[in-house]
Design a protein around this ligand. Structure first.
Ligand SMILES: *Cc1c(COP(=O)(O)O)cnc(C)c1O
Length: 381
């Protein structure tokens, strides 16, 4: 699904000396590379505070701890996403409230959010799923109206632009009260191990979070709050700082690959290609509205299992993100849920398929993948 080796070979000349510098200085934890990356990422995102941490799941958890959410507080998030989002809500003994997604964007459904709000609701966690920004203006308006926090899960969306209704743009992760991201190797900005970060424009919240990531310490050996130990190590920061200047080009390469896939599948009666918001249809040359962490098709009347088998026979990797709605996962079942409220997620888990998506896809690979998919689907009928 990804080709991290080819990507590494192209930037080896920059990455290797950067790692070597860390080794030579032996500043493995909280070294200058971490601060350098933090500051460069703040500039890139145009956000006041980036607080690096150990991984994207920690980042979500720490963001929620920083906001002071308390057991029993309800947190609304999407039913169709990776489990990390709901996992940390449950771990903190908050009450996850899963809601359906939009059938076109796959992102959290705005009406479903409004329907799910109760007097206990404290936060909304939109996920910029597959690299497409959620409808942030609408979400922020709901949050303002009901006095809720918004925590953006930006693990799949780093580098994406959100276009506001007035046409201005903000990077995803710089819009909500706080945001989280992951630097897992296959993410759009990936390191060579685990890593993550929290973003916020709120000075007080940033201060609180900086203590939480470091055992709740604001002054050495004074533990004011219950914290965690969650650090980005200097070697990972060195990798990330070397890769950050390439992020826009990486996302551009993903978008170019997506555009080629889409032109091959366009107007096929059994294939719905990914689209974004109406301004750009998800693929446009002038902005980063969709950064294609995944390129995900929605199939209509195609035997997905057979298609997966056919692709595997042809040595084409593919993935099903995600095969089970979160509300049906054993760990997250809740008798208050009503199946009628999850129509879209229940359908998407049966019909989506993600094709290889990374920065190194060439035309020959894309042609082979698209023709293999089309051969199967056209033969099937
Ligand atoms: C990858 C991912 C995470 C978790 O990140 P880790 O670094 O693996 O902990 C959280 N949310 C979403 C949407 C993700 O894709």
């Amino acid at each position: 699904m990804v080709d991290l080796q080819s990507q590494y070979s192209k930037i080896k000349a920059v990455v290797d000396p950067s790692i070597q510098e860390v080794m030579d200085s032996a500043a493995f934890i909280n070294g200058p590379k971490v601060r350098q990356f933090q500051s460069n990422l703040e500039n890139y995102l145009d956000v006041k505070h980036v607080i690096p941490c150990a991984n994207g799941t920690d980042a979500l958890q720490i963001a929620m701890m920083g906001l002071g959410l308390k057991p029993g507080d309800e947190v609304i998030t999407a039913d169709f996403t990776f489990a990390a989002t709901v996992e940390v809500i449950a771990l903190l003994q908050l009450t996850p409230v899963l809601v359906d997604v939009d059938p076109v964007t796959f992102n959290i459904d705005i009406e479903a959010i409004e329907k799910a709000i109760t007097s206990k609701t404290k936060a909304i966690v939109p996920v910029h799923l597959f690299g497409l920004a959620a409808e942030m203006d609408a979400i922020m308006a709901i949050a303002k109206k009901h006095n809720l926090y918004v925590i953006e899960d930006n693990a799949q969306g780093i580098g994406a632009d959100y276009t506001h209704t007035d046409g201005s743009k903000t990077k995803t992760g710089a819009i909500g009260h706080v945001a989280s991201t992951s630097f897992f190797p296959s993410k759009n900005l990936g390191c060579y191990g685990d890593g993550g970060a929290i973003f916020t424009n709120d000075d007080d919240l940033a201060h609180t979070i900086r203590g939480i990531v470091n055992h709740g310490m604001y002054k050495r050996y004074h533990h004011d709050v219950v914290g965690v130990n969650s650090r980005l190590d200097s070697i990972q920061a060195a990798v990330l700082d070397a890769k950050l200047p390439h992020l826009d080009d990486y996302n551009k390469a993903r978008r170019a690959a997506a555009a080629k896939y889409t032109s091959a599948f366009k107007d096929h009666p059994k294939i719905v290609t990914p689209t974004g918001r109406t301004q750009c249809e998800g693929i446009c040359d002038t902005c980063d509205c969709h950064v294609f962490h995944q390129y995900t098709l929605n199939l209509i009347g195609v035997d997905r299992n057979e298609l997966v088998a056919h692709l595997q026979e042809n040595n084409i990797p593919c993935g099903v993100y995600y095969p089970i709605p979160l509300h049906l996962q054993k760990a997250y079942q809740d008798e208050r849920y009503n199946e009628d409220d999850f129509r879209i997620t229940n359908q998407l888990v049966e019909s989506v398929i993600s094709l290889p998506m990374h920065t190194e896809l060439d035309d020959e690979q894309i042609d082979f993948i698209t023709s293999t998919v089309l051969n199967f689907i056209n033969k099937e009928q």
